[in-house]
Design a protein around this ligand. Structure first.
Ligand code: GRF
Length: 207
């Protein structure tokens, strides 16, 4: 059972997908916290309605953020962090304490179409102008850089001839909502093993 804190900047549809998976017991976790860098984020409002502890980092000095986040994670007894549309770098002191226990979801097949500035519509525009025929979503472990870190899970979607950034984003987002809870469940079942830069998913032992 994971004690999960979810970091969100925007609308929070992945947070809701994770929340649904928890309530349907597809994901053995409890969402114990929601953190956002924007106090107006709908995700914080959602957390409020669900009586989940919240932390807003808006107007907080960058230096202060690491300490505030660590205090919140301790207070909520968080043991795993899921970034779901969080636009900022996680302070390095938080990465250090939670190394290999932070995941992110990215709306393309990393290591392509990632890195600083590659978020939201920019990702899908870059995918379309590159001419690739498949895109998808990636769940990966988080380190000190944007969109780097070992890949936990990837799923593909086709890129269609008449796609716009919006239509492609919609197709990718549907895959994200299914995949992120599944990827987190691997951690809940302690099936994730890191070998060098590769993540090996151990099969469940049936007694
Ligand atoms: C998703 O596309 C995710 O891959 C990216 O940001 C978006 C967040 O969407 N990192 P939402 O806030 O979960 O709806």
């Amino acid at each position: 059972m994971l004690r999960l804190t979810v970091f969100v900047s925007g609308r929070g549809s992945n947070l809701q997908a994770i929340h649904t998976a928890v309530s349907q017991r597809r994901l053995h976790a409890e969402i114990v916290g929601v953190v956002s860098n924007r106090s107006a984020s709908p995700a914080l409002e959602f957390a409020h309605t669900q009586r989940i502890s919240r932390l807003s980092l808006e107007d907080m000095e960058t230096q202060q953020q690491g300490d505030e986040i660590l205090a919140f994670l301790e207070q909520t007894r968080t043991d795993f962090i899921a970034l779901a549309g969080y636009m900022k770098l996680i302070p390095s002191e938080v990465v250090a304490v939670f190394r290999h226990r932070i995941t992110n979801i990215h709306p393309a097949l990393l290591p392509s179409f990632g890195g600083k500035g590659m978020y939201g519509r920019h990702v899908h525009e870059a995918v379309l102008s590159s001419g690739v025929k498949v895109s998808g979503a990636t769940v990966h472990l988080v380190d000190e850089e944007y969109d780097r870190g070992p890949i936990v899970m990837q799923r593909c979607v086709p890129v269609l001839d008449d796609d716009t950034p919006e239509s492609l984003a919609t197709r990718v987002l549907a895959v994200e909502h299914a995949m992120y809870p599944e990827a987190l469940q691997l951690f809940a079942e302690k099936r994730v093993e890191l070998r060098g830069n590769r993540i090996i998913t151990r099969s469940l032992r049936i007694l």
